[in-house]
Design a protein around this ligand. Sequence first.
Ligand SMILES: [Mg+2]
Length: 109
Amino acid sequence: MKPDAIQRRALKTWYPPGHELHLDPLHPVLAIAGEAGEIADQWKKHQYKPGVEYTREQFLDELGDLLYYLSIRAYQLDVTLDELSQMNRRKLAGGVHGWPEADSGAYDD
Ligand SMILES: [Mg+2]
């Protein structure tokens, strides 16, 4: 599997190949949980903390952090983000979650 463009950029700041932590799942898995928590905390503050208001760009910045770690974990599992997206699309189209209309093409290009 050749890493996709997002993964190649993320890997430039990841542990280099050969490093003992390059394929260790713990760091990205914990980081995914941490970034998800940051997203929740950001929204909590935005909604409930007086005087705190985040911008769309700040919300997107946190989503980008999550994407970074997702791309690393997907790489470790030998799949590109595009392949992962296709897998998820097939899962949704299969009606696994009771959404058989997911492959209706409503949001296709
Ligand atoms: Mg973050």
